[in-house]
Design a protein around this ligand. Structure first.
Ligand SMILES: CC(C)(COP(=O)(O)OP(=O)(O)OC[C@H]1O[C@@H](n2cnc3c(N)ncnc32)[C@H](O)[C@@H]1OP(=O)(O)O)[C@@H](O)C(=O)NCCC(=O)NCCS
Length: 228
């Protein structure tokens, strides 16, 4: 992609997601702009196995912007990193399209895994200020991670996760009941749907039984009238 096209894209991304921008020229002041541009260069070098050069670019950029993106990370279109200070994206992290990260976000490892050690983020994921996502699991598309959360396990799509350790508090825009302290077993949406259908089925069965009784009574009354 040419430099002009890259700049235009970045302007659109920043204008879309940061109400603070007032003019297109300001795009050059954003650490996100510099960090992602240099990441794209470093990633190409990394893919061609020029590891030292790739790391050199990434480290120099980190010193200037406060955003350290390992050149091995795989990042889709439309990434926006607001403010930028203290952002770390690990070597085996994978980011979908239109991801937004705020300052102080770490997409890191736990130190316990080998090979793929860092998280995969789906499309349109938003990770709020200071949140840490640690491990090789996936955060589903359209999910939001609350500020200050520490997420250490899989997140389903369309979820809001908050707290330490992170727990799902909202799914598909609906708040989930938080009536126990179990933060390991996330709610099973399929089971919730089945329970809901069972309850509805029971209600319909009751209505039908009442209706049939009513019809039977009416028929009996009609027959009695005919006999008379
Ligand atoms: C998570 C967040 C994105 C809100 O997402 P949402 O889907 O709209 O969720 P809601 O606001 O409905 O909150 C759902 C619940 O989580 C709680 N919650 C929200 N954010 C939380 C956080 N960071 N930590 C702990 N609890 C949090 C809410 O109080 C609410 O609890 P309740 O059901 O008991 O009332 C938002 O709260 C957040 O963290 N924003 C920070 C963005 C940021 O980093 N800005 C920096 C700009 S410089």
């Amino acid at each position: 992609m040419g430099f002009i096209k890259y700049v235009k894209e970045e302007i659109n991304i920043i204008r879309d997601r940061d109400p603070a921008i007032k003019s297109n020229m300001e795009v050059f002041l954003y650490p996100s702009f510099k960090a992602i541009m240099w990441y794209r260069v470093a990633h190409k070098l990394y893919v061609k196995k020029h590891y030292f050069l790739a790391r050199l670019i990434s480290q120099k950029t980190a010193r200037k912007t406060g955003i350290e993106i390992h050149p091995g990370a795989k990042i889709g279109k439309g990434l926006f990193i607001d403010h930028g200070h203290g952002v770390v994206i690990g070597e085996t992290a994978v980011l979908g399209e239109n991801v937004t990260l705020y300052q102080g976000v770490t997409l890191g490892g736990t130190g316990k895994e080998k090979g793929k050690r860092h998280p995969t983020l789906g499309d349109n994921v938003m990770v709020s200020a200071g949140a840490k996502i640690l491990g090789s699991f996936t955060v589903g598309s359209n999910s939001k991670i609350g500020s200050g959360s520490v997420v250490v396990s899989e997140v389903p799509p369309n979820s809001t996760v908050v707290g330490v350790p992170g727990r799902v508090v909202k799914r598909d825009g609906v708040k989930l009941p938080q009536n126990d302290l179990n933060q390991t077993d996330l709610p099973n949406p399929n089971l919730m749907d089945i329970n809901h259908l069972q309850r509805e089925n029971e209600e319909l069965r009751n209505i039908l039984t009442q209706f049939m009784k009513h019809v039977e009574r009416a028929e009996r009354k009609e027959k009695k009238n005919e006999d008379i």
